[in-house]
Write a protein that binds this ligand. Sequence first.
Ligand SMILES: [Zn+2]
Ligand SMILES: [Zn+2]
Length: 236
Amino acid sequence: MIECDLHIHSIRSICGFHTLFEIVSVMREKGLKAFALTDHSPVHATPRAHFSVLVKRMPPVIDGVRVFKGIEASILNENGDLDLPVFEGFPYEIIIAGIHDYDKFLPGPDKDRNTRAVINAMKKYPEMKILPHPFYKSCPFDIDAITDVACETGTAIEINNAYILTKKADTDALQYLLELAIKKEAMLCVNSDGHVFSEMGIFDHALDYMKPYGLENFNIVNRTLESTLEFLGLER
Ligand SMILES: [Zn+2]
Ligand SMILES: [Zn+2]
């Protein structure tokens, strides 16, 4: 029921196992119509700044699968500045931005600080389309405040399958987020955040948490290829 996986890491990220072609073939086999290649930004030491230039040269459709040019940027400070390589001919079709381990601005228990950082990022960067993993155990947020701002800025909030799978999720926060998302009609994006083939295009853990509320009650932007293209303002 999810046709596009908008959060995938390749071998270009420190956390990814696979090449672009391997990922395309995994996605094709699993019946996905599209995915976004969202490797980490330069603060993670990968991809190298030059990678943005390579991404620009990637064709939009590979072996029948639409591949969105993306990046998972890191939030660098409380002002919400993002670690985006800037150069002429900015190539990204999708920008995800969050707080990460191994960054300069680390996940931590200070909920107010974390909330300020992501709210400022969503407000400052209209091109930031998705807020990833907002229910990370090690990095709590004021879920009520971030869902309010996400509705205002048109940012989709991610229900990240890998965080549930790898037990990094605060499941109480996840459930509260799902309740608020229905109440506020917030946009959600269900992603695998796959690092390895077995995780890619897989959403079972996320959907298991969502099903009791009725999947039809959620505004899931990546439900179909059409809804995804509309959300990203892109052509096939
Ligand atoms: Zn992430
Ligand atoms: Zn990721």
